[in-house]
Design a protein around this ligand. Structure first.
Ligand code: ZN
Length: 200
């Protein structure tokens, strides 16, 4: 039985429940989610709860409001921004939320060749989060995964993309920020690598 330790790629099925019983997200009916353990790919509290466990284990962990999502990072392609907008890192920008209904104020974290990376308060910020987890598989990370600092999705045929890694490295240092569905949607368009598991 392989144990969940640093630099292992762990595949989990998960269900995320909110205090009111709503199932916010789940891999049910989908491929499990692979992540690189110890690389801050998932919430720190969730990663800590997985540490040292073994393939086949099932458990439930509840993260308090201060252990949940804080910030939503979104990569907005330039083509989706109004033309001749003057942008600078640190500027505030008004974006629409996940549902496209509400406007929220975000902060420009980074400007790349193709996208503007904007942070804004996560819609689940301040919520306590309950995860039902099943550990499906634990394996050694490949050298490439270790170099990239993330798991490569075996359920996707698509190739890894060098461009991503440059970006990844630059903003991965901010540990407060978590991956989320929104980001992955965007990522799909310019990275092609790991998706499949996300479900808005
Ligand atoms: Zn990669």
């Amino acid at each position: 039985m392989a144990k969940v330790t640093k630099d292992k790629v762990v595949e989990i099925h998960y269900r995320l429940r909110l205090p009111d019983g709503t199932v916010e997200d789940s891999t049910e009916g989908e491929a499990p989610l692979p992540y690189l353990h110890g690389a801050s790919e998932i919430l720190p509290g969730l990663e800590a709860a997985l540490d040292g466990r073994e393939t086949g284990e099932q458990f439930t962990v509840t993260l308090g409001p201060d252990q949940g999502y804080e910030t939503l990072l979104e990569a907005i392609p330039f083509e989706d921004l109004p033309e001749d907008t003057e942008l600078a890192e640190g500027d505030e920008i008004v974006i629409t939320d996940e549902d496209g209904e509400n406007e929220v104020v975000g902060t420009i974290e980074q400007i790349t060749e193709d996208v503007v990376i904007v942070s804004s308060p996560h819609p689940l910020k301040g919520q306590s989060l309950t995860f039902d987890i099943e550990i499906v598989d634990v394996r050694d990370a490949t050298p490439l995964e270790l170099e990239h600092g993330h798991a490569h999705d075996p359920y996707s045929d698509e190739e890894d993309d060098e461009e991503w890694d440059e970006e990844d490295d630059e903003w991965e240092g901010d540990e407060e920020d978590e991956w989320d569905e929104e980001w992955d949607d965007e990522e799909d368009e310019w990275d092609d690598e790991e998706d499949e598991n996300e479900d808005d």
